[in-house]
Design a binder for this molecule. Structure first.
Ligand SMILES: [Zn+2]
Length: 598
């Protein structure tokens, strides 16, 4: 049955798809990176290209490309199927579309509104004000198409009428914030007579809107309005234009961060495409995580006054904590990126190239803002600088700026260092770590040996013949591993080979066994591919011997305990039986020791 799932897997390369989220490096047959599901500094996340599987040896989760996307994007299976089908250019059969979830229907609704408004902007006579505004801002129709700008009609129910005629329910319109209900209970268009900026997720799907008022606005009207939070739109997780800018960001090596939709479009007019906007929210940890998929450097183009404001400052702090390199693009006072990019495109590019590292920027601002010749001025300036230095994550950078401040202000470095301790960086909310992922249990020696032995057998299944003779399942660490071992033996005995895909089909109803099998499969290609048969044989003998010893030792401990209980109870027959087993096991263990010394 060549189903869509298989087709999608065949068209996509798991290394490429996961590579969009995790920086992967080849290591033997596997690709390795830092696990996106738990915090770690050394990579234990592995991807096997040929087998199309991944596994994290730190938090013990793994699976195929679908399980990765589902977990990474936090979406259900139907949505994952849609998303990957699009990526893989696989057309889904109608029944798969019918099955798709409520969320997918909401996404289609938002897209329908997007298309409706875009058409109005391009064609409707009523959209003249919007087209005039764009002309005035020198946004031509190509650019309007690139950003899929739209116009929401002047009527109070134009959008509602259109969308309900397409089969969507009022409740659905309310859910995604396309309609609102007034105090009397009347439903009306949430956006009317506005220039619409569709906001997309990282896959380019429209999930919400920003809307700018056109013409003269009433006193109580906000200039910009955004879609409310909804099941499809969470503003903390979105950066405007990121899906379009991602390739340019990767290529440039940095992202330009501006504030608003028009700033982004202004940058495009100037030919700068590696640009994203926060669209009215303070920068969040989640947005920074998204950016970190593509770059390590962020250049902020906020106007000079704004950079000093607390919202921007907090964003900078978060970016530094996320270990992003932060640079500041200093615009002339009173200029925003939109107007400046249009007026002076070449100069704007120069300013971006000349962006200053946050430390340099703060230092130059401090020097010009305070009278560092006076006692008080020097004190305030030094403290401002120390506060900024304390936030730098890299000790080498800290050192560098301490020396600079010492030189520029004529203060002994030792004194600055002493005072720096007072500014020990106040931490913001820590970047959240998946608690479930952290619950992994520390692995015992017995478990390590068990896994190594099974991985060895998977790497070279012929060893299963020897294992079947010499290794009792009881010697393995847990019942899960014992079960997998039995299943491998049965499978191999029947077919004289192992196939991951077929085994997975056989184990389909036992996800824990599949998880373990995939993990061992990756471990096998990581640990043993360059072993000679002699090395394998040696490793096999050692592991069998150690596992047996381990088993006998723990059995002896259990029997000793039972002997003590039988003595206390005065149970003579039981005692005789136990002593007999104890003798046998001791003898076997000592044979095992002697054998090991051969
Ligand atoms: Zn992990």
């Amino acid at each position: 049955m060549p189903n869509e799932v298989d087709q999608i897997k065949a068209n996509l390369d798991i290394v490429d798809v996961i590579g969009e989220y995790v920086k992967l490096k080849q290591s033997g047959q596997n690709w390795k990176g830092l696990c996106p599901f738990h915090g770690e500094k050394t990579p234990s996340f592995m991807v096997h290209r040929e087998k199309q599987i991944w596994h994290c040896f730190g938090c013990s989760i793994g699976g195929d490309i679908f399980e990765f996307i589902q977990k990474m994007e936090n979406i259900d299976f139907p949505e994952t199927l849609q998303l990957l089908a699009k990526k893989a250019n696989v057309e889904l059969r109608p029944q798969d579309k019918r099955e798709h979830g409520k969320r997918t229907r909401l996404l289609e609704l938002v897209e329908a509104a997007d298309n409706y408004w875009h058409d109005l902007l391009l064609k409707s006579p009523g959209a003249r004000t919007a087209r005039d505004y764009l002309k005035e801002r020198q946004v031509d129709s190509d650019l309007a198409k690139t950003f899929h700008l739209g116009f929401s009609p002047e009527l109070w129910d134009g959008t509602i009428k259109y969308l309900t005629s397409k089969g969507y329910k009022i409740e659905e319109l309310l859910t995604v914030g396309l309609a609102a209900r007034n105090a009397k209970g009347t439903v009306y268009d949430k956006f009317h007579s506005r220039l619409m900026f569709p906001i997309t997720d990282i896959h380019g799907r429209t999930i919400g809107f920003g809307a700018r008022v056109l013409g003269s606005k009433k006193a109580d009207e906000p200039k910009y309005m955004n879609s409310p939070q909804s099941p499809v739109y969470n503003k903390s997780y979105v950066l405007y234009n990121l899906h379009r800018a991602a390739p340019a960001i990767k290529q440039a090596g940095y992202a330009v961060l501006v504030e608003g939709y028009m700033d982004v479009i202004g940058c495009y007019q100037a030919g700068i495409t590696n640009v994203v906007a926060t669209s009215g929210t303070a920068l969040t940890v989640e947005q920074l995580k998204l950016l970190k998929r593509y770059t390590k450097e962020l250049r902020l183009a906020f106007d000079a006054d704004l950079a000093g404001q607390s919202a921007a400052e907090r964003g900078i702090d978060l970016a530094l904590e996320a270990e992003l390199e932060v640079k500041i693009i200093s615009l002339p006072t009173g200029e925003d990126p939109d107007t400046w990019a249009r007026k002076q495109p070449a100069k704007f590019k120069e300013l971006i190239d000349a962006a200053q590292p946050i430390g340099d920027y703060t230092l130059s601002r401090v020097i010009t803002s305070f009278d560092i010749k006076s006692r008080q001025g020097k004190k305030t300036a030094a403290d401002t600088m120390l506060k900024a230095i304390s936030k730098l994550p890299n000790p080498i950078e800290k050192d560098f700026y301490l020396k600079q401040v010492s030189q520029v202000m004529g203060v002994a470095e030792a004194n600055l260092r002493e005072r720096l301790a007072l500014f020990s960086a106040k931490k913001h909310e820590p970047i959240k770590v998946d608690q479930e992922a952290l619950a992994s249990i520390p692995i015992s020696r017995q478990q390590l040996m068990t896994e190594r032995l099974l991985a060895l057998a998977i790497n070279n299944p012929d060893w299963l013949v020897i294992l079947g003779r010499e290794l009792s399942p009881n010697w393995l660490a847990t019942s899960l591993e014992q079960e997998l071992y039995r299943r491998l033996l049965v499978y191999y005995t029947e077919r004289k080979q192992l196939s991951l895909d077929e085994l997975k089909l056989e184990l389909a109803s036992e996800p824990k066994l599949i998880n373990l099998l995939e993990r061992l499969w990756i471990q096998a290609s990581n640990d043993f591919t360059d072993y000679t048969p002699e090395q394998e044989q040696h490793e096999l003998d050692t592991l069998i011997g150690d596992l047996k010893k381990n088993y006998l030792t723990s059995e002896l401990k259990l029997i000793s305990e039972s002997i003590r209980q039988a003595e206390n109870k005065g149970d003579q027959p039981e005692l005789t039986r136990l002593l007999e087993s104890f003798k046998d096991l001791s003898k076997e263990l000592s044979n095992q020791h002697n054998h090991a010394q051969d």
